[in-house]
Design a protein around this ligand. Structure first.
Ligand SMILES: *[C@@H]1O[C@H](CO)[C@@H](O)[C@H](O)[C@H]1NC(C)=O
Ligand SMILES: *[C@@H]1O[C@H](CO)[C@@H](O)[C@H](O)[C@H]1NC(C)=O
Length: 520
């Protein structure tokens, strides 16, 4: 081993290992000296770190001859160093090409996976393809590969392509050739990039505007399958895509595959307008509930307007239940034509408002909350939320006190687990004031949950400035000095929240049992 440490007592131990123990003082010189380093940031007490240790040792020994160094840093002893590299959980592994070129390690925590991942990292990011055979072989070396075709003297295209490859080397394989005949045979003229893929149309060509950004964008778009899969890695991308997402829920991989094939023509027709993706109904069925599908009734289909947070479940009753290209094609066409009403979950409108607090449901939300003449205070609650229960009598009291002013103020509540509401709800209870004349900018209440403070809030923040203090000489039940903590959101909430929550669930469900980080 190259590095021996001064601590004599530990020397014997250290020599037994091919993993280099680094400190604040030795870290930087070490990564400067070694071209490629994998560093593990760990804590001695962390269980996952202990499980990784023998695997890491084994990988270090195999990689030693390839000049790939494995190092570790004890973050309980080297807090500054770990903070510098933004370590937030243990173990965290990072790949270093010098002290400032750092990328996360994205492989599994097994010796073989580490060896394979780091060996790939050690190869040039672009493979030079010398002839037709090597090109042919390269085309199928991975699900998606990119090949650059540019002239021998075209240094600029070569450099740009190289930059992209360095950045995206963990996502795609990159190859390049300057053989003009090969370019011709592929039907492109230099400079060009061809993305070969094992699905959909098989390949896509890029010939315009050789900039890093446009190449990266091309790679992203062309590598996205016509019908992809919603999962922890892809969900955020679909939500950010800016176009609706059509979900195909099915329980088995075989069924998902079959439905993808069946619905391919529909997806083809909507390409660029609606994304289509399958989703594992076994693992993420709950998300179907968020889309107002009947959980358990699979397979199923739904469209989500990611911009407006609206959902359009495909109706599963009746004779047209089958997810055929004809049925779904018709449904999607109607959706595109604006003929499908978004599905809104709602409790029935109460026949009579019996209590002092006005009951709002999705179906009367518009009429009550958006009444432009009144200041409307709305509590968004969940039946199971403890703080909501504690608030209930005080809230009713508040409502009673405002009753004489019911032409100006409404005190209302809505069960946000049973009703789709257009507001973003981050926790229960959430209290918002929709004041007269300014319904699109509700004010969220963040004060203490006392009748007096709530009443003042309605008076001061409302447009009608209704003052109930002294109305009946009331004194409220004492002032709480500290704000009640918010109950963490759970189960089902507001539309956007549900989506965010579902994303988390999707993530949680997919985390490999032996992968989670121990928190700092
Ligand atoms: C790109 O540049 C590198 C470094 O100069 C060179 O080795 C490689 O052959 C070039 N690639 C092509 C396809 O010309
Ligand atoms: C809203 O009400 C609170 C409580 O009475 C008050 O402190 C605050 O200044 C008011 N905000 C506005 C914008 O009027």
């Amino acid at each position: 081993m190259k590095y021996s440490f001064a601590l004599a007592g530990l020397a014997a131990l250290a020599t037994a290992s091919d993993v280099h123990d680094l400190t604040k003082d030795t870290f930087e010189p070490f990564v400067k000296e070694h071209g490629l380093v994998l560093a593990e940031f760990f804590a001695p007490w962390c269980g996952h770190c202990k499980a990784l240790a023998p695997e890491y040792e084994e990988a270090a020994t195999s990689l030693k001859d390839k000049e790939i160094a494995l190092a570790k840093v004890d973050c309980t002893a080297e807090q500054d160093l770990c903070q510098e590299y933004g370590i937030e959980g243990y173990p965290t592994m990072k790949v270093f090409r010098g002290p400032s070129n750092v990328s996360p390690y994205a492989g599994a925590r097994k010796a073989q996976a580490i060896v394979s991942y780091m060996t790939k990292q050690s190869m040039p990011s672009v493979s030079l393809l010398q002839n037709k055979d090597s090109l042919e072989e390269f085309k199928t070396a991975d699900k998606v590969v990119l090949v650059g075709f540019f002239g021998k003297d075209d240094k600029s295209s070569n450099a740009t392509f190289g930059e992209v490859a360095d950045k995206l080397r963990d996502n795609f394989l990159f190859g390049a050739t300057s053989d003009e005949a090969l370019a011709k045979a592929e039907g492109v003229s230099q400079p060009a990039i061809v993305l070969y893929k094992a699905f959909d149309e098989g390949k896509n060509t890029f010939e315009e505007g050789f900039t890093e950004e446009s190449i990266a964008e091309f790679a992203k778009v062309a590598s996205t399958p016509l019908i992809g899969e919603v999962g922890p890695e892809t969900y955020a991308g679909y939500m950010a895509a800016g176009i609706p997402l059509a979900y195909i829920f099915a329980e088995t991989p075989e069924e998902r595959e079959k439905l993808s094939k069946t619905l391919k023509p529909v997806a083809e027709k909507q390409k660029g307008k609606i994304n289509f993706a399958t989703i594992d109904a076994k693992a993420f069925g709950q998300h179907g509930g968020n889309l107002n599908l009947e959980v358990g009734n699979w397979p199923a289909f739904a469209i989500q307007d990611t911009q407006k947070s609206q959902k359009f479940p495909y109706p599963t009753q009746g004779s047209e239940k089958e997810l055929s290209a004809k049925n779904i094609g018709k449904f999607v066409d109607e959706y595109v034509a604006g003929k499908v009403e978004p599905s809104v979950k709602s409790e029935p409108i109460p026949e009579k408002q019996e209590g002092p607090t006005t009951i709002v449901v999705a179906k009367n939300y518009q009429d009550i909350v958006m009444d432009d003449n009144k200041d409307v205070l709305v509590e968004f609650y969940a039946p199971w939320c403890g703080h909501c229960k504690a608030l209930a009598p005080k809230y009713d009291d508040l409502a009673s006190k405002f009753k004489p002013f019911s032409d100006k103020v409404t005190i209302a509540k809505v069960d946000a687990t049973m009703n789709d509401v257009p507001e973003e709800i981050a926790g229960f209870p959430t209290i918002k004031l929709f004041k007269a004349g300014a319904k699109d900018s509700p004010v969220e209440y963040s004060g203490s949950r006392t009748v007096e403070d709530l009443a003042n809030f309605v008076r001061d923040n409302g447009s009608n400035h209704v003052d109930i203090s002294g109305a009946d000489g009331e004194k409220t039940e004492g002032v709480e000095t500290d704000n009640m903590p918010r109950q963490a959101p759970a189960a089902t909430e507001g539309v956007k929240e549900k989506v965010a929550k579902a994303a988390e669930k999707i993530k949680d469900a997919a985390i490999d049992e032996d992968e989670p980080h121990d928190e700092l």
